[in-house]
Design a protein around this ligand. Structure first.
Ligand code: IPM
Ligand code: MN
Length: 349
C-alpha cells in the first residue's frame, strides 16, 4: 500500500492534481497496486485565513508518507516569497529532497518552438541541486534604506551537498544508459569559489565512473546549446539557481509548461512530485489548463514508488496522445478541456 500525501495548492493546482489522481486511479486498476491518499491544504487560501504556512508538526506528519504529490504554490493575494519559502522550499529543505530531477523530452515536433528539432533531438535530464546555493536564503542588508545600502545574497555550497548531488547525477546517467555523458553546467570563469568546488568534486567523483564521459559547459553557453544543439545533452548537473533558470528554458523547448514535470527527490526519504509550471492564476477554475505536466509528475512518482510498469504506461500514453490527439499543449488550445485530457489518459492507459 503506497501512502501518498496530496497537496493540491493554489490556482490551477487543484485542477491538474485532480487529473493526476484520476490517472493514478486508472493505473492502480490496470496494474493492480494499492494506494491511499490524504489531501492536505497547505496553500495560499489557508495562509490568508490562518497566517500559517507549514509547521514542524506538518513536516513530521509528511515524513510518514511514501510520496507527496504537489500541485502548485503561489497566490496572487499573498506577497511573493511567503508561500514559496514558507511552503515549497520548506518542504524541499525539511524533507532533505536534495535533488530536483527535471526531464526535458520532446514528444511531438509540432509543439517545439525550435526549427527542425525532432523528438530524438530533445531528450535529456537536468539534475538540479535542491537544498543549497542561493536558495539557502543566506545574506543580509547593510545600511538598509540609505544611499549606501548593500544587499548580500550568499551562495552556500558544501562539499557534502555538492558531492551527493554529483554522485546522484553520475548514478542516474549510468542507469539511464544513453549517451553516458554527464555535463556540469556552471560558471567557473566568474564564480571562482562555488564553481571551483563543484568542478573539483565533479572530476574527483567522476573518476569512480570511468564509463561516464564528463563534459563542462558554462551556464550561459548551456542556454545557447539548449536552443542550438539540444541533441548534445544526456544528463546535466548544476546548482539550485542555474537549475531553476535552465529548466524553464528546457520546459519551453519540450513544448511548454503544460508538459514539464519534476521530482524533488530524497533518495533515502520522502520525495515530492510536481508540475513545474506554477499556479497560473489567470487560467484558474476555467477547465482549460493542461494537466499533462501533473500527470507526468504522477508517472514519475509511480516510478519512484517502484511501480515501474505503471509509470512507463503513463508516459507512453501521454506520448501517444500528444502525438495523435492534442492540437496544442497550451492552456485553452488543446482541443480538449483539462478534465477531458485526464479522461483520455485514463482511458488509454
Ligand atoms: C521551481 C519554482 C520555484 C523555485 C519557486 C516557486 C520558489 O520556480 O520549482 O522551479 O524557484 O524553485
Ligand atoms: Mn523555477
Amino acid at each position: 500500500m503506497h501512502k501518498i500525501a496530496v497537496i493540491p495548492g493554489d490556482g490551477t493546482g487543484p485542477e491538474v492534481i485532480a487529473e493526476g489522481l484520476k490517472v493514478l486511479g486508472a493505473a492502480s486498476k490496470k496494474f493492480g497496486f494499492k494506494y491511499e491518499t490524504k489531501i492536505m491544504n497547505f496553500d495560499g487560501e489557508r495562509y490568508l485565513k490562518t497566517g500559517k504556512t507549514l509547521e514542524d508538526k506538518d513536516i513530521e506528519e509528511l515524513k510518514e508518507y511514501d510520496a507527496i504529490f504537489l500541485g502548485a504554490i503561489g497566490h496572487p493575494a499573498v506577497k511573493p516569497g511567503i508561500l514559496e519559502t514558507g511552503i515549497l522550499l520548506k518542504l524541499r529543505f525539511a524533507l532533505d529532497q536534495y535533488i530536483n530531477l527535471r526531464p526535458v523530452k520532446l514528444y511531438n515536433a509540432d509543439f517545439c518552438p525550435l526549427k527542425d528539432k525532432k523528438p530524438e533531438d530533445i531528450d535529456f535530464v537536468v539534475v538540479r541541486e535542491n537544498s543549497e546555493g542561493l536558495y539557502k536564503g543566506m545574506g543580509e542588508f547593510k545600511n538598509k534604506g540609505t544611499k549606501d545600502e548593500v544587499a548580500l545574497q550568499i551562495s552556500y555550497n558544501t562539499r557534502k551537498g555538492v558531492e551527493r548531488c554529483i554522485r546522484y547525477a553520475f548514478e542516474y546517467c549510468r542507469k539511464r544508459n544513453r549517451k553516458k555523458t554527464l555535463t556540469l553546467s556552471g560558471k567557473t570563469n566568474v564564480l571562482t569559489y562555488a564553481w571551483d568546488l563543484w568542478e573539483r568534486t565533479f572530476h574527483e567523483v567522476g573518476k569512480e565512473y570511468p564509463d561516464i564521459k564528463r563534459e563542462y559547459a558554462h551556464v550561459d553557453a548551456t542556454t545557447m546549446w539548449f536552443v542550438k544543439n539540444p541533441e548534445w545533452f544526456d544528463v546535466i548537473v548544476t546548482d539550485n539557481m542555474f537549475g531553476d533558470i535552465i529548466t524553464d528554458l528546457g520546459a519551453m523547448i519540450q513544448g511548454g509548461m503544460g508538459i514539464a514535470a519534476g521530482g524533488n527527490i530524497n533518495p533515502e526519504g520522502v520525495s515530492m512530485f510536481e508540475p513545474i509550471g506554477g499556479s497560473a492564476p489567470k487560467y484558474t477554475g476555467k477547465n482549460v489548463i493542461n494537466p499533462l505536466a501533473a500527470i507526468c509528475a504522477a508517472g514519475m512518482m509511480l516510478d519512484n514508488l517502484g511501480e515501474v510498469k505503471a509509470a512507463k504506461a503513463v508516459e507512453d500514453t501521454v506520448i501517444k496522445l500528444v502525438k495523435t490527439k492534442l492540437k496544442s499543449l497550451a492552456a485553452g488550445k488543446m482541443g480538449y478541456s483539462t478534465s477531458e485530457v485526464g479522461d483520455l489518459v485514463a482511458a488509454n492507459l
